[in-house]
Design a protein around this ligand. Sequence first.
Ligand SMILES: [Mg+2]
Length: 187
Amino acid sequence: MDNTLRRIDIIKILMEYVKDELIISNIGFPSKELHHIKDRNENFYMLGSMGLCSSIGLGLALNTDKKVISIDGDGSVLMNLGTLSTIGHTKPNNFILLIVDNSAYGSTGNQKTHTNNTELDKIAKSCGLHTIKTKNEKELRDALTKALKENKTTVIVAKAKAYNEKTKNIKIPPVVIKYRFMNSVNG
Ligand SMILES: [Mg+2]
């Protein structure tokens, strides 16, 4: 039986554990699916800058005491691989990089990426990062529980199957997304 999770399942599970953590979600379906599951002031929906979700999350984590979670994708991390080296070098104690690895550029039509043979968890590990690879719901729940409890940067590579939930576009004006998020960072 194929019990590989979809991105929407992974984000739903994540949101069961999230309290007041700040979330940066990648442009496209990660943001749309997060918005669909649970809209909140602490969500920063990226509307541009593909590839930079992890970098924005890192920059934020280095400038706040709050816990920051980046919901990124394999395609996005592949186009900004240097990010893992930078995260490994800086390692704030309040950052979780959740890479939903569905081996596809989901938001542009599920074209294949190269994560069938490029193992992002191994790259993250070799950058000195505490890394957990998950292949099913139980492993993901265990990883999230641990990562949210611990005070260290954790990279979770959550293997997924390519699927995009049919969600509406986010209608919140970008400036509102920005200001309500800034308020929750400072509040
Ligand atoms: Mg992907």
